[in-house]
Design a protein around this ligand. Structure first.
Ligand SMILES: Cc1ncc(COP(=O)(O)O)c(C=O)c1O
Length: 402
């Protein structure tokens, strides 16, 4: 039997374009066709990269920092990461305990790729960032999804964690502040999870702290809460969100030197070192002026309040007020079973999103993409005028359902 030489590998069977990308593309297609579209689908700050960071990139290029760097990242950047980490999180890390990658995303991929064997399990609380489960699957692992609920502020509790652990569990994946929920695990929340892990020495923790600086309550790194677990804790972080540097593709991992070494070996066969220019720029982002961060955080908080208030006022949407990141994870179950003016039944969160886009031109991402249906994710990292227009459109849409 003929099979195409270009057929996808079996490991691609469950991987496709993420729903977030598909929503953005659907919105872009409507926009190209002349529709007035407000896309609240993607998760990146609307603020520009700070000028001192851009200047550092120019300077690096001018002095010839344009060659391959060490796969693990330049020593200068790893030292800057250690300095910033000690300043902000209160713990020290050596350059050997740090890997620089092409975004925090690659840090997470490297870790899973470098450690998972077929059938190994990774515990992921839902709702989760869509890439987590796909990355686990691509790396041969099994994503064990634990649902959380809006009533609990979308926070994983210790009993649910204890119940999910099996002899095959390799990692617990935490993300605080979280995408898509915006939920923040307090120091006490994390301490109770750490207690569970102390009884299970075969389980490591990957704590994705990429939204650390977009947090409206005190932020605590998992590693600071449980220093005794440092030998099985990997922290993922980066410049994408706090310094508005999504396109520079620069993140880092902090973990035990032996794990970092294996991740560097993996990265050496995937991308080698991150961009030399982005690494120079990241040093400026970490060691240069930090005074733009707080006003941007306050702007995000004001936008959160604006949008959450408007959505709850529809009477048909619920959302707990999140403590961080720049997303609302909105419960649209009160709209399920209703019908649009054009006779379309809203049977799922995906129907809600499709009809909202068709009727009012507002793009948001269905909750099924994040492992907890009945919701949609809205990013409020947009200017207030667009957000106000979007809220008015969502209010009209909800009111039109019968
Ligand atoms: C929770 C989470 N982790 C990691 C990333 C990726 O970060 P980076 O741009 O550094 O790869 C994102 C981006 O949306 C995210 O939401």
């Amino acid at each position: 039997m003929f099979t195409s030489p270009l057929r996808p590998a079996r490991r691609m069977a469950t991987v496709g374009l993420s729903e977030i990308v598909m929503v953005s593309e659907a919105a872009a297609a409507l926009k190209a066709a002349g529709r007035d579209i407000i896309s609240l689908g993607t998760g990146e700050p609307d603020f520009p990269t700070p000028p001192h960071v851009i200047e550092a990139a120019h300077a690096a290029a001018r002095v010839g920092e344009t060659k391959y760097t060490a796969t693990q990242g330049t020593l200068a950047l790893r030292r800057a990461i250690a300095t910033a980490c000690e300043r902000e999180n209160g713990y020290a890390a050596t350059p050997a305990e740090i890997i620089v990658s092409t975004g925090a995303k690659q840090v997470i991929f490297n870790a899973l790729f470098a450690t998972l064997d077929a059938g190994d399990e990774v515990i992921i609380p839902a709702p989760y960032w869509t890439s987590y489960s796909d990355m686990v699957t691509v790396c041969g692992g099994i994503a064990k999804i634990i649902p959380t609920s809006g009533a609990d502020g979308f926070r994983l509790g210790a009993p649910a964690l204890a119940e999910a652990i099996t002899p095959r569990t390799r990692w617990l994946l935490l993300n605080s502040p979280g995408n898509p929920s915006g939920a923040v695990l307090s120091a006490a929340d994390q301490a109770s999870l750490a207690d569970v892990l102390r009884a299970h020495p075969h389980v490591a923790v990957l704590s994705d702290e990429i939204y650390q600086h977009i947090c409206y309550v005190p932020f605590t790194s998992f590693r600071a809460v449980a220093p005794d677990l440092a030998d099985r804790t990997l922290i993922a972080n980066g410049v994408s969100k706090f310094a508005s540097m999504t396109g520079w593709r620069l993140g880092w991992g902090i973990g035990p030197a032996a794990l970092i070494k294996t991740m560097v070996e993996a990265q050496g066969q995937i991308t080698s070192g991150a961009s030399s220019i982005s690494q120079a720029a990241a040093i400026a982002a970490l060691l240069g002026p930090q005074d733009y961060i707080a006003p941007r955080r306050e702007a995000f908080r004001a936008r959160r309040d604006l949008v959450a208030t408007a959505l709850v006022a529809t009477g048909r949407l619920n959302c707990p007020l999140p403590d961080g990141a720049f997303y609302l994870y909105v419960d649209c179950t009160p709209c399920l079973g209703l019908t649009t003016p054009t006779g379309r039944k809203i049977a799922s969160d995906a129907d809600f999103c499709t009809q909202l886009l068709a009727q009012e031109g507002v793009a948001v991402v269905p909750g099924r993409a994040f492992g907890l249906p009945g919701h949609f994710r809205l990013s409020y990292a947009y200017d207030e005028a667009s957000l106000a227009r979007a809220c008015a459109a969502i209010t009209r849409f909800c009111a039109s359902l019968t």
